[in-house]
Ligand binder design. Structure first.
Ligand code: HEC
Length: 207
């Protein structure tokens, strides 16, 4: 369910951005008549897209295992972009349209990286812990909010790790590259740390 919502959200947000880009472009190059015609033609589509945008967004915000400061910043930025967009197209005001577009693109960047600074390069410190012990520390800090301390919580569409049929290498690939709601840990964890956390995940099985 969550994964389906996530895909729907990404799809409608992409459609919304395309519509918005076309309208902003028409506004900025001064084709106001074409803009009005285009807006009229796409009015119903835009209403459906915006409604789906909000409904899926609210669902994801409620059921997401990753409600950090980034989510509030994102919601705030989107909330700011709406009145700007309304003013922009009503009053044919270029600067408002561009500013609103920047807000939307910034919100998109925040969602991708899950941080308001759009960079997730902060390495994780495991101190002198090693192997499975380091893996457990990483798991508790980074993974359990979706997978639960024992790996069986399935928040944000996460899989039950105790029932995983993936091989060790396949698990490493999921952690490296991310999948659906799960982000990539390539930048936050070293190769060794990823191997350690997967070694810990392997111990959750068959208990
Ligand atoms: C934001 C929530 C979230 C966080 C945090 C998260 N995961 Fe996931 N994880 C998921 C989701 C969602 C899936 C299912 C992806 C899919 O197949 O659609 C998943 C799948 C997996 C899988 C594959 C399971 C299978 O059998 O397909 C592994 C292994 C895994 N996660 C390990 C981890 C580890 C290790 C961490 C911490 C470094 C972590 N996850 C952090 C959400 C999360």
């Amino acid at each position: 369910m969550f994964t389906g919502m996530l895909h729907t959200h990404v799809l409608v947000v992409s459609l919304f951005l395309i519509l918005y880009l076309v309208k902003t472009f028409l506004l900025v190059i001064g084709k106001h008549d074409t803009l009005d015609k285009f807006s009229k033609k796409t009015k119903v589509a835009e209403m459906i897209i915006s409604t789906l945008f909000f409904l899926t967004g609210i669902y994801l915000a409620i059921y997401s295992g990753q409600r950090g400061a980034w989510l509030w910043v994102k919601l705030f930025v989107i909330a700011c972009s709406i009145p700007l967009a309304v003013i922009a197209f009503k009053k044919k005001h270029n600067a408002s349209a561009l500013l609103s577009l920047m807000f939307l693109v910034y919100a998109y960047g925040i969602s991708e990286t899950k941080t308001p600074f759009m960079s997730d390069n902060k390495p994780f410190e495991t101190g002198n812990l090693q192997g499975v012990e380091a893996g457990k520390a990483i798991f508790d800090a980074k993974c359990q909010q979706c997978h639960g301390a024992d790996g069986t919580l399935k928040l944000s569409g996460a899989k039950d790790l105790t029932a995983s049929t993936l091989s060790r290498d396949e698990k490493i690939a999921v952690v490296m590259n991310g999948k659906n709601a799960m982000m990539s840990y390539k930048k936050q964890l070293t190769q060794q740390q990823i191997e350690d956390v997967v070694a810990y995940v392997e111990t959750l099985k068959s208990k």
